[in-house]
Design a protein around this ligand. Sequence first.
Ligand code: NAI
Ligand code: MG
Length: 355
Amino acid sequence: MKKIAVLPGDGIGPEIMAEALKVLAALELPIELKQAPVGGAAYELHGHPLPEATLQLALDSDAVLFGAVGDWKYDTLERRLRPEQAILGLRKALGLFANFRPAICHAPLTDASSLKPELVAGLDILIIRELTGDIYFGQPRGRRTAVDGHFPGAEEAFDTMRYSRPEIERIAHVAFQAARKRNKKVTSVDKANVLETFQFWKDVVTEVHAQYPDVALDHMYVDNAAMQLVKAPKKFDVLVTGNMFGDILSDEAAMLTGSIGMLPSASLNERGQGLYEPSHGSAPDIAGKGVANPLATILSAAMMLRYSLQNPDAADRIEAAVGAVLDAGLRTADIAAAGAATVSTREMGDAVVAA
Ligand code: NAI
Ligand code: MG
């Protein structure tokens, strides 16, 4: 029996989670779901956004299904008590190092988007971002008085870009294995022409590739990748890159898809445990109104089945049901063309269950 920690969180979190749970229940899977408070909801109950019991539940589970956390009313709290700290705490405690951000553009949604349909309709790419290394965490970092460079004696700031061989190897394995479940093509994005760190990245990814002869690998500089994502995004299948380039490219790719309300995400560790959540936040502006799009959370549950619960058939069924509902024309407000009819959060969830 696989165990899932369900952490609905704040704002629209509980509303969209209820719909994802309905979909999971309809599949009648051998899974055990346990709920716990997180974020602002947990702070209200226990004085901390990630209480010990919630953290323990996550550690003891095969996967965490996470709604969203945060509200403006916590902006004045000291940093360690803010809702968003719960995500960072979970990432750290679970050792989540691989961030999966699919960018999928369901063909019928292009009527509500301002993008060229021929470029994005049917888009289905997966960006895999390394989450624990790179210039975001490298030491040393700080401020000092420059001893050399263009302005010796001036105040300066610096960060350290670094990757170790095991860090690159493990994310490369994740990317090749994910590609095997898709169209067997990996593009590794680097800046090997300028940065030693990313020449090393390129060398190590190429070495790991020798173990995956059935998967095609190519390399692309990050500036070109930024261009190609806009010009011809469908040419990609799996795109793997470091923490900083992945941060930027995954947000760029998100805008190819129509709405943030459609985008799932996953963060995985070496044991295959994962945290699955919509890419959006708690949307306090629409919380409690029953209008939030639950599809990002429902699709996150599908990713959970595929990547942590080894049940690709159930994942396929959810994704097919979402596609069918969109084909049938159902739209929450965020994905509706101007003036078109819309459905509520619950009606969308019910339609996916029916499909
Ligand atoms: P947001 O993603 O919550 O909302 C941005 C805009 O998108 C809003 O207009 C919202 O109504 C809309 N939106 C988001 N999800 C939607 C959905 N499912 N259906 C329809 N519309 C949707 O980002 P924002 O406003 O910057 O942040 C709100 C709160 O969420 C903040 O406290 C922030 O820190 C937190 N946050 C939490 C995240 C998480 O839990 N992983 C990630 C990002 C933000
Ligand atoms: Mg970002």
